[in-house]
Structure formats: C-alpha cells, structure tokens
Design a protein around this ligand. Structure first.
Ligand code: NDP
Ligand code: GUE
Length: 300
C-alpha cells in the first residue's frame, strides 16, 4: 500500500528554542567562571510597528538566554550625524559586544554611512564590508543573521546540499546576496550550483522550477506558486508580511513570499511563516553576540 507522506515542516521555532537553550547553558558557564556576560545593543529609529516588534523580540530573547541588552530608541527625525554619534558611543563602550541598527532607516539617513560606522568586531548583523568580505572568503566572520539561521536549519535537518541546484530569488544585501555566496561556498551547507534571480530575471518560473533548493527573499506576499516548484524541492520562505485578519486579537496574521498551502503539497521540506526563518534570525543574532563576547571571530 502506498504511504501518504507530507512534506517535512522545517520547524524554525523549535530549532531556535534549542539553540537558545544551548546559548543559555553556555552563559551559565560563563557567569560561573567570572567571564564576560554577552551584551547586545539595538538602535531603533522611529516608531514603525513591525520594527518595534522585531526589536522587542530581540531584547526578550536576550533576557531568555541571560544576556544583557540595551535598547537605544531615537526619534524619526534624528539627524544622520547624531545617529552616527550614537553608533560611535556604542563602538567605544567596552561593555557592549554586539550592535544592531534596525532597518529600514528613515530616508534622510544613509544606510551605507551608518553601516560603515559600525565596528566590524561588534557587527553581529554581519552587514559591514569587513564581515561581508570575510564571509565571502570563508574566513571567520559574523554572518548575516537570516542567512546564518537558514544554514543552521540545513545542518540540523541534515539536508543534502552538495551538487544541488540552489535558486535564490532576491539579491538584497541582507538576505539574497549573502545567501547565494554561502550556498556556493566550498563547505557544508553549500557546494551548490547557485542561480541568483531578481526583478530583471527572465523566465523566472522555469529557473525556479529547476531548483532542488529554492530560497525566496523577495518581499512579495504569495509570489511563489505551486507551478514554480519542482516536485521534491526544499523550499525556504524568508518573506514576512502582515495581513489584516479581524479574527486575530492583533488584527493581523503573518504570511510569507510562498503560497504555503499549495507549495507544501509539492515540496519535500518547507519552512512555514510564522515559525520558520524568522525565529532563526534571532537565534543567529544571539549566537553571533556570544561569539563576540568570547572573542571567537576577531580575537579577545
Ligand atoms: N524572516 C526574517 O528574518 C527576515 C525576513 N525578511 C523579509 O524577507 C523579504 C525580503 O527582504 P529583503 O531581502 O530585505 O527585501 P528587498 O526588498 O531588499 O529585496 C527584494 C529582492 O527581491 C527582488 N524582486 C522584487 N520583485 C521581484 C520579482 N517580481 N521577481 C524577482 N525578483 C524580485 C528584488 O530585485 P531587485 O534587486 O532587482 O530590486 C530584490 O533583489 C521581505 O518580506 C522581508 O520582510 C527580511 C529580513 C529578515
Ligand atoms: N539590522 C537589522 N537586522 C535584522 O535582522 C533585521 C532588520 N534590521 N530589519 C528587519 C528584518 C526582519 N527581521 C526579522 C526578525 C525576526 C522575525 C521573527 O521572529 N518572526 C517570527 C514572528 C514574529 C511576529 O510575531 O511578528 C516568525 O516568523 O515566526 C522576523 C523578521 C530581522 N530583520
């Protein structure tokens, strides 16, 4: 008799809880031996609802694992010079191991200038040129938290990547581009043949259909449909969108860039939204901060 088999749900929520538990155990050891308690600082500019939620989740996660945390909240209309000053202060504060500046920033501020100001040794988001370069060279580096979280999912679900065709949809600096570099590296998870696609790509559907591993970071709700996916593909959905839902207490629910209902029938493994990539981003950020406190990437 043929067995009914559904796809594997790649449970980012569960894996992130496991990683947080591992980090919490490590922090207990550090504290018992008089080591430095890891300390993450986050800068949040303005009052965007989603950004407040994410930063709040990061601060809460720090508490859960025993880290110290500092949240610097700044007015929407802060000048670029003043924001750079705030970054500089944290750069110079020996107590603080990791700094993230929540994106997006208001349009009068240059993300490039602000990113360039962050000390690479505290750049636990892995956004600075130094860390992107080191990552590309496969040197010790802080790897951008979302791609790093996805690599960890491949590892913990023992997903074979070597020799596979990996198609990345999206080429942003924070997700698509680093993801494509990582999947092509001579390492596990990696060793894929990678195709990077974007808004100018022709025949996207055909290219997506040839993917053994499809990583979607495009920022368009429900963009990837069943007819864009090869049977048995591994599908990673990075997108996250709030859509109105009167039946929810919050007034909204979360959906991804992939039409989960139909695509999950074809995939061999798939990440849900919520509960997939999002929680892994936070776990990866904590892990990077722990590494920083221990001087593991750049030395003590
Ligand atoms: N779960 C998590 O932890 C995180 C989730 N996200 C979510 O992931 C999504 C993507 O984020 P991010 O990478 O920052 O987004 P960006 O908007 O920076 O980048 C989107 C990319 O998708 C490409 N794109 C847009 N439209 C199309 C199209 N029709 N066909 C093919 N490619 C297209 C763009 O191409 P081009 O370069 O040509 O413009 C661009 O490269 C968002 O929903 C975001 O909220 C982001 C970060 C973390
Ligand atoms: N400097 C910077 N670093 C970032 O890492 C960064 C950023 N800016 N700007 C915005 C994006 C987005 N991002 C998410 C983090 C966690 C969830 C997450 O935990 N999501 C939960 C649900 C959370 C909820 O309920 O809203 C889930 O998918 O299950 C989602 C998205 C980090 N980003």
């Amino acid at each position: 008799m043929e067995q009914q088999k559904g796809p594997i749900t790649i449970d980012g929520k569960k894996i992130s809880a496991e990683i947080k538990e591992e980090i919490a155990q490590e922090v207990i050891k550090i504290k018992a031996t008089g080591g430095k308690t890891p300390h993450l600082a986050a800068i949040l500019v303005g009052n965007d609802g989603a950004s407040q939620t994410y930063v709040g989740a990061k601060v809460k996660a720090c508490e859960q694992v025993g880290f110290a945390s500092t949240l610097v909240r700044l007015e929407e209309n802060i000048s670029e010079a003043d924001l750079l000053q705030e970054v500089q202060k944290i750069n110079e504060d020996p107590e603080i191991d990791g700094l993230i500046v929540q994106l997006p920033l208001p349009s009068h501020i240059s993300v490039q200038k602000v990113t360039a100001r962050i000390r690479p040794e505290k750049d636990v988001d892995g956004f600075t040129p130094a860390n992107v370069g080191r990552m590309a060279l496969n040197w010790p580096a802080y790897i951008s938290a979302t791609p790093y979280g996805i690599l960890e999912l491949f590892k913990r679900y023992e997903i074979e990547t070597s020799g596979k065709h990996c198609v990345v949809i999206g080429r942003s600096h924070i997700v698509g581009s680093p993801m494509s570099i990582l999947m092509a590296r001579n390492d596990y998870p990696g060793n894929c043949t990678v195709t990077v696609t974007h808004s100018r790509t022709q025949n996207l559907k055909e290219i997506a259909r040839s993917a053994d591993i499809l990583i979607v970071a495009i920022g368009k709700q429900g963009f990837v449909t069943e007819d864009m996916v090869k049977p048995g593909a591994v599908v990673i959905d990075v997108g996250i969108h709030r859509i109105e839902d009167a039946t929810k207490k919050s007034g909204f629910r979360l959906v991804g860039d992939v039409k989960y209902e139909e695509v999950s029938k074809k995939a061999s493994a798939i990440t849900p939204v919520p509960g997939g990539v999002g929680p892994m981003t936070i776990a990866a950020l904590l892990y990077n901060t722990l590494q920083s406190a221990q001087g593991k990437i750049y030395g003590g």
